[in-house]
Design a protein around this ligand. Structure first.
Ligand SMILES: CC(C)(COP(=O)(O)OP(=O)(O)OC[C@H]1O[C@@H](n2cnc3c(N)ncnc32)[C@H](O)[C@@H]1OP(=O)(O)O)[C@@H](O)C(=O)NCCC(=O)NCCS
Length: 159
C-alpha cells in the first residue's frame, strides 16, 4: 500500500493514541520525553491525499517510527503500524524512510526475541544481528531477550 510520510512532531502524540495497537498509551508516554530532545527523530505514515488543497486534520495516521539520530547514525526505538493495516508494506516503508533520513552510516535497533513479526521485518530489510541482552524485557509471563541488530547506510561510517 502506498503511504506518505512526514516528520513526527509533539503535536502528533495526541493522534498516535488512535492507532489501535497494543500498549499504545505507554508507548506514547515514552515518546513524549524523547521527542523534545535534540536527537529525537521520527516519521508518521498517513494515506496520501489526492487533493492537494485538503486542510482537514487530523490525518488518518497509519503508523509511526521513532528513534534517535546523531551524527548520521540512527537508532530505532519504536515502530507501530495500525493493526488493521498490517502486512501491506507500511512497516517496511517507514523503516526505509527512517534509514534514508537519519541512518546514513548505521541504523541500530533492539527487538524482543519473541516478537517474530518485527524480527522478520527487520531481517527482510537487511538488518543483521550483532549481539543480544539476556532477559532484557519484562513480559506478561516472564522475561525476554533483546536481540541487537544493525544495518549499514549509504555512507561508510569511517568517513
Ligand atoms: C512489526 C510491525 C511494525 C510490522 O508492520 P507491517 O506494516 O505489518 O510490516 P510489513 O507489511 O512492512 O511487512 C514486511 C515484511 O516483514 C515480515 N513480517 C511482517 N509481519 C510479519 C508477521 N506477522 N509474521 C511474519 N513475518 C512478518 C514479512 O517478511 C513481511 O513481508 P511479507 O508480508 O511480504 O511476507 C507491526 O506488526 C506492528 O505494529 N506490531 C506491533 C508493534 C511492534 O511490535 N513493533 C516493533 C517494535 S521493535
Amino acid at each position: 500500500m502506498e503511504i506518505a510520510t512526514r516528520r513526527m512532531t509533539a503535536d502528533d502524540l495526541k493522534t498516535l493514541q488512535d492507532l489501535d495497537a497494543a500498549s499504545i498509551s505507554e508507548r506514547v508516554e515514552g515518546l513524549a520525553s524523547f521527542l523534545g530532545q535534540k536527537a529525537g527523530a521520527g516519521l508518521v505514515a498517513y494515506t496520501p491525499t489526492t487533493d492537494a488543497r485538503r486542510t482537514s486534520f487530523p490525518e488518518p495516521l497509519l503508523g509511526y517510527i521513532a528513534g534517535f539520530s546523531v551524527n548520521q547514525d540512527a537508532e530505532i526505538i519504536d515502530l507501530v503500524v495500525r493493526s488493521d493495516y498490517r502486512r501491506q508494506g507500511i512497516g517496511q516503508q517507514l523503516i526505509e524512510g527512517f534509514c534514508d533520513a537519519f541512518g546514513h552510516h548505521v541504523t541500530y535497533l533492539e527487538v524482543a526475541r519473541q516478537n517474530r513479526p518485527a524480527y522478520e521485518l527487520y531481517l527482510s530489510m537487511g538488518f543483521v544481528e550483532y549481539g543480544d541482552r539476556k532477559a532484557y524485557y519484562q513480559t506478561a509471563d516472564g522475561r525476554d531477550d533483546a536481540i541487537l541488530m544493525r544495518k549499514y547506510g549509504n555512507i561508510p561510517a569511517d568517513i
